[in-house]
Ligand binder design. Structure first.
Ligand code: G6P
Length: 484
């Protein structure tokens, strides 16, 4: 394997994402501090930035706050300011009430508002301008995710010397759904400003290439899209290909081996009650994650008498997310109502069937929960990848435990030794949960070994090798073309 540091061939790296890897928080007493941002992005790219160092351009998570660039370990963090209106219309609006539901198979209804689109363009332009100011000559600029799809084209116009990579962490929808987007051609053209566009799954890359052919009238051959230039310069080629993201499997495995983590796992097991089986759910509180489906299936198992709260507990970690967006508020009400009803109907003074935690935990506590859990239940209706599933597998050094995984998570493509379920099929989901609870040890081991092999083999360094390898090849090609 090529060392990470050789992958960019000495070119400097600039990361661009909606959020910086750390979020600005204001404590109740008014003091300010920083905490790790939500979502899997930071965990995934941590090993790369630690080794390569980078400039990272992103929003600090607070409103109307002007913060100077600052250094943090190997990174120079460059905050982009967002106003209250921009947070409402660019972030909560176009990013999370238009693009997010549209790209996740319309599991909630996307809203299309022209003011949101104007705001999205304006904020993307600000990000592009900030990157143009910060990027060293000839750098590799790596733009992340759906909030910034216009940045590649905007940046190319400002800084033709840099190589631009884009990675979409969420699914790219089928053309029939993407067709609803009033500004579909503009989004495609925005992305086509990149040299390499990475997707989670083959299906996402295929969907994008179809959409590009239809709406931007470009041609593709295999993974390569030919983009004619309108200013008479030669046609550019853009690679649009899948590079499934992963985790630093070894780091999780090592964490799970630590004495403090093991003893915390022991405490958790003692707290839920000796002999009770622990099923775990870990999600951002998001309507794509299928939490109501999971609770419905579990509630029915309790009602049918197939599961008894003295013997089983479901610990559901639901970390707070996008709390001002209406669909998230409705989901929270629904989930909390259902948890209350299940606990009210089937709990006892000693044992509640659901332990619901609307909180975020640090990595150490998560590893302890993974080690303690007899099964991890991941039931999204649609998910780009789902790194939680991979984290659970990496932490199971004992080769035990069962992964119940939705077919609609990107991770299902690789983790076919999990118990695969369709969350819309409540009877099938109930059967999956029961099977997980009663799976014999030898079957658990056989499946977990196969899962671990896959997760350790395709870990984050493989992802980086693949993606940055393609970016580096594109950069070399550009240099050659310029010389010719
Ligand atoms: C997902 C997205 C990320 C996003 C994260 C947290 O993982 O792919 O782009 O940062 O969720 O969501 P938030 O809206 O809080 O940034």
């Amino acid at each position: 394997m090529t060392a990470i540091k050789d992958l960019t061939d000495g070119r400097e790296l600039v990361m661009v994402s909606n959020r910086l890897p750390v979020d600005r928080v204001t404590e109740p007493d008014g003091t300010k501090s920083w905490k790790t941002s939500p979502g899997g992005l930071v965990t995934a790219v941590e090993p790369i930035v630690e080794e390569l160092g980078c400039v990272w351009v992103g929003w600090a998570g607070s409103a109307d706050e002007q913060i100077d660039a600052f250094d943090e370990d190997a990174m120079r963090l460059v905050p982009v300011e967002l106003s209250e209106e921009e947070i409402a219309e660019y972030y909560e609006g176009f990013s999370n009430a238009t693009l997010w539901p549209l790209y996740h198979d319309v599991v909630a209804r996307p809203e299309f508002h022209r003011e949101w689109w104007e705001r999205y363009k304006a904020v993307n332009a600000r990000f592009a301008a900030r990157v143009a100011d910060e990027a060293p000559e000839g750098a590799v600029v790596w733009v992340h995710d759906y909030q910034l799809q216009l940045v590649p084209k905007m940046l190319r116009e400002l800084r033709p010397d840099v190589t631009i990579a884009f990675f979409l962490h969420i699914p790219f929808p089928p053309t029939q759904l993407f067709a609803q987007m009033p500004w579909r051609r503009r989004l495609i053209e925005g992305l086509l400003g990149a040299d390499v566009i990475g997707f989670q799954q083959v299906g996402d890359a295929v969907n994008f290439r179809h959409a590009a052919e239809r709406y931007a009238r470009v041609h593709s051959l295999g993974n390569t899209i030919m983009v004619p230039a309108d200013d008479g310069t030669p046609t550019r080629s853009v690679v649009a290909q899948e590079f499934p993201i992963s985790i630093d499997a070894n780091a999780f495995s090592q964490l799970a081996k630590r004495d403090d983590v093991k003893s915390r796992a022991g405490e958790i097991r003692a707290e839920i009650g000796t002999g009770r089986r622990l099923m775990l759910g870990v999600d951002r509180l998001d309507y794509t994650k299928g939490i109501p489906h999971r609770l419905k299936a579990y509630g029915e198992l309790l009602a049918d008498g197939d599961v008894d709260s003295d013997e089983v507990v479901l610990v559901q970690v639901a970390s707070p997310s996008r709390e001002r967006v209406e669909a998230y508020q409705q989901l929270r009400d629904e989930v909390e109502g259902t948890v209350g009803r299940i606990n009210g109907a089937f709990g006892s003074i000693k044992n509640a069937p659901v332990v619901y935690l609307h909180q975020s935990f640090d990595r150490r506590e998560m590893a302890a929960l993974y080690v303690a859990a007899d099964a991890l239940v991941v039931t999204p209706l649609r998910d780009g990848m789902n790194l939680v599933a991979k984290e659970y597998v990496a932490c199971r050094n004992d080769e035990q435990g069962v992964l119940v995984l939705s077919e609609f998570a990107g991770a299902a493509d690789e983790l076919s030794d999990a118990l695969l379920v369709n969350p819309h099929d409540i009877d099938g989901l109930k059967a999956g949960l029961l099977r997980a609870l009663h799976m014999p040890l030898d079957e658990q081991q056989r499946r977990m070994r196969a899962l671990r092999e896959r997760v350790f083999d395709s870990d984050v360094s493989r992802w980086v090798q693949g993606f940055l390898g393609a970016v580096s090849a594109a950069a070399d090609q550009r240099t050659q073309d310029e010389r010719a």
